[in-house]
Design a protein around this ligand. Sequence first.
Ligand SMILES: Cc1cc2nc3c(=O)[nH]c(=O)nc-3n(C[C@H](O)[C@H](O)[C@H](O)COP(=O)(O)O)c2cc1C
Ligand SMILES: C=C(O[C@@H]1CC(C(=O)O)=C[C@@H](OP(=O)(O)O)[C@H]1O)C(=O)O
Length: 395
Amino acid sequence: MRRIIDLSLRYLTAGETHGPQLTAIIEGLPSNLEIDFEALNFQLHRRQKGHGRGRRMQIEKDTAQIVGGVRHGRTTGAPVALVVANNDWKHWTNVMNVEPIEGNDEAKRRIHRPRPGHADLNGGIKYDLKDLRNVLERSSARETAARVAVGAVARQLLEKFGIRVAGHVVSIGGIVAPTPDLPIEELIAKTEESPVRVADPETEAKMIALIDQTKADGDSIGGVVECIVTGLPIGLGSHVQWDRKLDGRIAQAVVSINAFKGVEFGIGFEAANRPGSQVHDEILYSEERGYHRASNRLGGFEGGMTNGMPIVVRGVMKPIPTLYKPLQSVDIDTKEPFTAQVERSDACAVPAASVVMESVVAWEVAKAFLEKFGGDSMEEIRANYDNYLRQAAEY
Ligand SMILES: Cc1cc2nc3c(=O)[nH]c(=O)nc-3n(C[C@H](O)[C@H](O)[C@H](O)COP(=O)(O)O)c2cc1C
Ligand SMILES: C=C(O[C@@H]1CC(C(=O)O)=C[C@@H](OP(=O)(O)O)[C@H]1O)C(=O)O
């Protein structure tokens, strides 16, 4: 039998939210990529911030340890293994290790009243698990800490080729931030210190007040986040096969983030309301810039390929499912109506989610980059990249 070996860049994560740690393995990185550990941990730190998060974020101080594939600060070409420890584990060892049996303390922690909007009921039925904690533990967005660590490595690879990934919050609970028409460096600087990751102080104050009110009401809110990727060559992704279209792959990655329900590129759904003349980006040519566009309404993609303009992608996050004033549910033991179980929870995680979105987008772009310019070492990739840029400049 012929075995098909997947040589592309890939990763897997493992670990439970209240288990000892999260683990990620990245396969397919080239050798000689310098890893900046401080920059990696900075991304994890950014994901923990944001107004509206619950107490868990005060317990955790996320840092990644690299336990494979890196020596002397550089990748060796071997799989890179990363772990992020859960500080909270020490409070959960009994709950995680002792089976809940009628009458014991752990039985009180068994989850049997599924939360609408979370994975509890579907996961319980699918995997035939009578303690819905077995679903919650893995469906928790704690897993996104591992994805941010992985995305931070992808970012570092992209940065070596001048490709930068940034993000910010567009709206929270219906409050929309004015569009920041700023160069990417200024956008990062202006939104970085904001507890809701917006550039405008007035919007920031309104969003904070709404999050506080929502929390006081025992409710939750979602929002829209935007990610921008600059410095891209033309031609990442491909039109020739459905699963090689990079916009499609980014869409999948974005909607895979916990609580994300939709995605759009450039003007997105607004394209439905305009004639073509106000949607398509006219093609220009100059000696110094080569082919470029008069606008970027399509968010950097045509035919599933980058067109050299920045990728602009937005994702919508629904409100957090766990409500302190819980919704109607059913007890899976008795089938009687009950309100859903309440677990410690965030009221709004939109600012944190914007960092997760940057990370998954960085990953998809890095994967497409290596598909096009791939080699076993950074030096080989650099040579392939330079050669392509020369070829494209002569086109
Ligand atoms: C950064 C982040 C933090 C989250 N925090 C919570 C939380 O505290 N409580 C909760 O119920 N859901 C939280 N969620 C959302 C759930 O993880 C998510 O709704 C759940 O896994 C079900 O998946 P789905 O919403 O994608 O269908 C969070 C999501 C993200 C991205
Ligand atoms: C742990 C994180 O987010 C968690 C995501 C989450 C959920 O249901 O998705 C529920 C909460 O879990 P806990 O009950 O442990 O506080 C959040 O804190 C994190 O982002 O690192």
